[in-house]
Design a protein around this ligand. Structure first.
Ligand code: ATP
Length: 244
């Protein structure tokens, strides 16, 4: 039986009078790579901030592996790993120190933290860089460190807010591939927000968000046939085109 990793029901958020998210509902099952595609200002970062409790919803419910985010925050948050749009690494600390700090914040015993740091850095091909300062790494390596850190407390749901922004094409593609392997091999659910259509595949689950509203949701191939669109770029422009 597949479990629900993330369930969002009728979620709304306002900045003053401006509605940034309007009655959004989304369900993501465990092990699923779920794409969230939206142009600038669609509400992607607002959604991420609500999912990580940086913002409080005006209305609606968020449930993570059946824990209500507002009422059972600790249990819900323990299941979440986050990679924010902007790097949150300390550039003057080494790779291992950044990860150890995260491990300590999650209450993981130091010996176990050392084991997990080695495991995660090996997974991302960075074990030999663990004593280097983050400042000396290139952008792609830093992103991999952030992913390794996000996985250190063994979350089952990863939230990635434009995690590939600013990376070159090859590094972006490799990061995207890596995430898909994590979902497939380890049953981790990933919410991958982006405004880059090429990062979404035809068999992905997808939400197209614009102006805080869900414009389409489901498997890409199904959406294409429902909307009679020849490919995802065509569907995206058909749905997000301003009314004449
Ligand atoms: P981008 O791709 O440009 O990062 P986004 O999809 O992440 O965009 P949000 O940053 O969530 O979109 O913004 C959603 C809407 O809320 C936009 O209209 C934006 O101008 C507005 N907004 C975002 N942050 C604030 C704020 N702090 N105060 C007022 N309005 C805001």
């Amino acid at each position: 039986m597949t479990h629900s990793a993330l369930s969002i029901k009728n979620l709304s958020y306002y900045y003053g009078e401006r509605c940034a998210l309007n009655e959004l509902s989304v369900d993501i099952a465990e092990g699923v790579f779920f794409g969230l595609l939206g142009p600038n200002g669609a509400g992607k970062t607002t959604l991420m901030s609500l999912l990580t409790r940086l913002l409080k919803p005006a209305s609606g419910e968020i449930t993570v592996f059946n824990y209500a985010l507002n009422k059972q925050a600790n249990q819900a948050m323990r299941n979440i790993g986050v990679v924010f749009q902007q790097s949150t690494l300390d550039f003057d600390l080494s790779v291992a120190q950044n990860l150890a700090y995260h491990g300590a914040l999650h209450g993981i015993a130091p010996k176990e933290v050392r084991i997990r740091i080695h495991q995660e850095l090996t997974r991302f091909d960075l074990a030999d860089r663990q004593h280097e300062r983050v400042r000396n790494l290139n952008g792609g390596h830093r992103r991999r460190v952030e992913l390794a850190r996000a996985l250190l407390h063994r979350p089952k749901l990863l939230l990635l807010d434009e995690a590939s922004a600013g990376l070159d094409i090859d590094t972006r593609a490799s990061l995207n591939r890596h995430l898909r392997h994590l979902c497939r091999d380890e049953g981790i659910a990933a919410l991958w927000t982006t405004h880059l259509i090429e990062e979404i595949h035809e068999d992905d689950q997808l939400l197209i968000l614009n102006g805080g509203r869900s414009l389409a949701q489901g498997q890409v191939q199904t959406l294409l046939s429902e909307h009679d669109a020849k490919n995802l770029p065509a569907l995206f422009s058909q749905l997000t085109r301003p009314a004449a």
